[in-house]
Write a protein that binds this ligand. Structure first.
Ligand code: 4NP
Length: 150
């Protein structure tokens, strides 16, 4: 399996999703590949936000080596499943991908936990540290279910 996690900036939510899923994959002894990307490209080549890094570190996950990249249409060729952190991200993925968009491959991450409800993982970017913990827990729960489903 090849899985891509996508948010707007690729510095807060999707780096956490990449790190959390990678850790679960490792613990399950699976040989899956995981990457993350952002739709807006404002932070390309930057490391994850320091609060995403610190929350992950407290949970035993090192995401400091990740580097931001922009989501590209060819990601639909490279990945089996692409999970968007929120509805606005999924809309931007559609805009960027054009004819490359494959609806069967794209899904909101929280639909893994709450099928069909189209819930968003809130953007913690403008808020305090607590938001990053909340986002961590939401992504962690989704990845736990995702790995069992797939
Ligand atoms: P993320 O959060 O999508 O979870 O990485 C954001 C980070 C930066 C921006 C937007 C969202 N930005 O516009 O710079």
């Amino acid at each position: 399996m090849t899985i891509l996690m996508v948010c707007l900036g690729n510095i807060c939510r999707s780096p956490l999703a990449e790190g959390i899923l990678l850790q679960k994959i490792k613990m399950a002894g699976l040989n899956w590949q995981v990457d993350s990307a952002g739709t807006n490209g404002f932070h390309v080549h930057e490391a994850p936000h320091y609060l995403s890094q610190s929350v992950a570190k407290k949970k035993g996950i090192d995401i400091s080596n990740q580097l931001c990249r922009r989501f590209v249409p060819e990601d639909f060729d490279r990945f089996d499943k692409i999970y968007a952190m929120a509805g606005d991200v999924l809309d931007e993925m559609k805009q960027i991908s054009g004819k490359k968009f494959i609806s069967q491959k794209a899904e909101l991450l929280l639909n893994v936990v709450y099928p069909g409800e189209n819930r968003d993982i809130p953007d913690p970017w403008y808020g305090p540290e607590a938001g990053y913990y909340k986002v961590f827990e939401m992504i962690d729960e989704a990845c736990e279910i995702l790995i069992k489903q797939l």
